[in-house]
Design a protein around this ligand. Structure first.
Ligand code: IVH
Length: 666
């Protein structure tokens, strides 16, 4: 091959490999196999060796790094200072920021919410699309030039593509993903080196290594979140990032443009929980005014921009001492151990109690009396115990023993094979009775107002109610003597009890509290069998023939109606006038949505959310609560949850608005 054609080939191969690299690392959508990529890279290496005059520090071959130790790092002044962000720790402070922006702008504005990635910041300078330098933040004015190390990061484009400005700066965060962080720390422990405390320290430490070959081995990643250029590329920050993505930059896919304070707060709340599922560490959210003109108008203080703010997630874990363990009996007889803790502040609330789930969980934890435990906020509200601080164990402490008898009624507890739960088999155990009544009166069941946990306990203690049917025998006279129940409350309660006789059959069925028979199953049974007698007489075969009903649930239903006590109870409820059959208005009006699973999310203007659910069911559809591959469509109102939208888009689930939906069922 002639020299000129080899030179041309080098140029073409470099371009091609840059593109393959972008497709593989940034778009996660490889165009060729790893083997083919390696072959072509090797070929380029050979050609480059023959043509040293064509050396390019941004060639795809330079990503592997070099073990020639550099002489420390050169310092470089930032063209524009790298400011930091003001931190906030509460929704109230976010609200203050929002109102400050509102006041400053005196007009409409949008806020872009982004994750705050917990790594080390970097400034990348590009000239004519080629990476010129990569500089750390340093003191905000001067930073270390770490270009050689940054070249090893596969998600940093060495050569941009498309319609990029001739000179630009892109800022972002260099990260060490959790998986790499754990691998690196295991390696360090095995070599008796001190492990890194967190991915942030690990990323910063790695970037400052003098051996870029070692940097390449550690597989850093980068997410870019700020474009600076003299040319006007877009009007908004969000659009600038999307544009930068087309040039080759990796940006976060979890960014949202918000139009109200509530949307901002909802987005933060969603990510406070969801961030734990991300492959990289995050320590908060960054909120930025979207419009670049508006950013300019708001300006900056000496340290921070006025158009942006960081919201820091609160520490998620705390330590607390175990004071005692209570064993609670639920309405179905399941006994749940609960840890009573010394009050401790965690994620904005005081935690006093945490579930210990079951006997297995306690023994797995190896929990002793008086232990100090780590408490974490699992979901939004429910705290969980994640471990015991062994160094704090008291000398004479004894292990927590699971009781053999029910702490409420003394019955011998039972443990069903293969199941973690322990059960109190006594249906007349007081908390079971009270729990069944609480469930019966709840909003989605009989919706009887004015009967809270305490009132039910009082009525039970006074011997006025022993089961759900007793509610319909209550007399106003009996109630007026109860402390806390004034005449008005009694009247309201009595009216609510009377009103509950009109509750449709499917909700009565749900209210009975048959184990495993939730709202959805109750609806299916009501629609399929039409009345209580048909359900009571249904065979195992008939029940399991229905799609959503498995053998265990079918057996629960059969057991319920085999029990003479339940049959007597149902007779009493029937004699009190409760609805025991499907009325014609509940029959499906069309089968347009037959076989379709629909998620309803957001706020609607023409019907309430519950009305839409009823409409879906009347048209043969099924209402489901979370988006999955099986979801047929989402009926989306205003302020639809961002996580639902994201998931729907990712899964390609159709999203329809109110008008489209109503037109569809017409
Ligand atoms: S914007 C002028 N966006 O948080 C605005 N920063 O003090 C510049 N960070 O050191 C920063 N994720 O390294 C921005 N999505 C994000 C970020 C982010 C992490 C870091 C950044 C900076 C610190 C804020």
């Amino acid at each position: 091959m002639s020299t000129t054609s080899e030179q041309q080939e080098i140029v073409q191969l470099r371009q091609l490999l840059h593109r393959y690299n972008y497709s593989y690392y940034v778009l996660a959508n490889p165009e060729i196999s790893d083997y083919e990529f390696d072959q072509q890279l090797r070929h380029l290496q050979e050609l480059e060796q023959r043509h040293p005059e064509l050396f390019d520090p941004n060639s795809p071959t330079q990503r592997v790094g070099s073990d020639l130790a550099a002489n420390g790092f050169r310092q470089q002044r930032h063209e524009r200072p790298m400011l930091s962000l003001a931190n906030t720790y509460s929704f109230a402070e976010v609200e203050d920021f929002y109102h400050r922006v509102e006041k400053g702008l005196q007009g409409d504005f949008e806020i872009v919410c982004e994750l705050k990635f917990d790594g080390t910041s970097i400034s990348l300078i590009y000239e004519d699309g080629a990476l010129q330098s990569a500089v750390t933040r340093g003191d905000g004015n001067m930073g270390d030039v770490v270009t050689d190390n940054i070249r090893t990061v596969n998600t940093v484009p060495l050569q941009l593509q498309g319609d990029f400005p001739s000179r630009l700066e892109m800022r972002g965060e260099v990260l060490l993903p959790w998986q790499e962080f754990n691998r690196l720390n295991n390696e360090r422990c095995a070599n008796l080196e001190t492990p890194f405390a967190n991915p942030r320290n690990a990323a910063a430490g790695t970037l400052k290594l003098l051996d870029s070959k070692e940097v390449a081995r550690r597989k850093l990643d980068v997410i870019l979140y700020y474009l600076l250029t003299d040319e006007q590329v877009c009007d908004t920050h969000y659009d600038s990032l999307q544009k930068a993505h087309t040039w080759g930059f990796q940006i976060s896919e979890h960014t949202q443009v918000c139009h109200s304070l509530q949307e901002v707060l909802d987005f933060i709340a969603t990510w406070d929980e969801k961030r734990h599922t991300l492959p990289v560490a995050t320590d908060g959210m960054v909120l930025k005014v979207n419009n670049l003109q508006q950013q300019k108008r708001l300006g900056s203080t000496a340290k921070c921009p006025r158009w942006a703010i960081a919201y820091k997630f609160q520490p998620e874990q705390a330590h607390s001492r175990l004071l005692s363990v209570s064993f609670q009996v639920g309405r179905t007889g399941v006994v749940t151990p609960v840890a009573n803790l010394e009050p401790v502040q965690l994620s904005g609330t005081v935690v006093r109690r945490a579930t210990l789930h079951n006997a297995d969980f306690i023994s797995q934890l190896g929990l002793f009396e008086g232990d100090v435990v780590s408490v974490e906020k699992g979901g939004e509200i429910i705290p969980k115990i994640t471990g015991v601080v062994m160094s704090e164990r008291q000398a004479m402490a004894q292990p927590i023993i699971y009781p053999k008898t029910c702490p409420e009624c003394g019955a011998v507890l039972e443990r069903i094979d293969d199941e973690a739960a322990t059960i109190c088999p006594n249906r007349l155990c007081p908390p079971q009775i009270k729990g069944r009544i609480e469930h019966f009166v709840s909003r989605k069941a009989m919706n009887i107002d004015g009967l809270g946990t305490e009132t039910i306990a009082t009525l039970y203690d006074l011997g006025l109610i022993r089961d759900i049917a007793d509610l319909y025998d209550l007399k106003p006279m009996q109630l007026t003597t109860i402390e806390g129940l004034g005449e008005k409350s009694v009247n309201n309660l009595m009216a609510s009890i009377v009103e509950s006789r009109k509750v449709p059959f499917e909700r009565v069925l749900f209210a009975l509290g048959i184990p495993g028979c939730g709202e959805q199953v109750a609806k299916i049974l009501a629609r399929q069998f039409k009345n209580i007698d048909a359900i009571a007489n249904a065979s195992m075969e008939q029940l399991t023939h229905i799609n959503d009903i498995g053998v265990v649930l079918a057996q629960n239903i059969i057991n319920y109606f085999d029990d003479i006590e339940n049959i007597r109870l149902l007779e009493r409820l029937r004699s009190h006038g409760l609805t025991m059959e499907t009325t014609t208005s509940q029959e499906p009006t069309s089968d347009i949505l037959a076989g379709k699973s629909v998620v309803v999310s957001g706020v609607f203007s023409q019907h309430s959310r519950d009305e839409y659910k009823a409409i879906i069911e009347q048209n043969g559809g099924k209402v489901v609560s979370s988006v999955s591959k099986q979801t047929s469509m989402i009926l989306a109102g205003e302020n639809m949850g961002p996580s639902k939208r994201e998931k729907a888009e990712a899964l390609g689930v159709r999203i329809v608005n109110e008008d489209e939906f109503l037109a569809m069922i017409k």
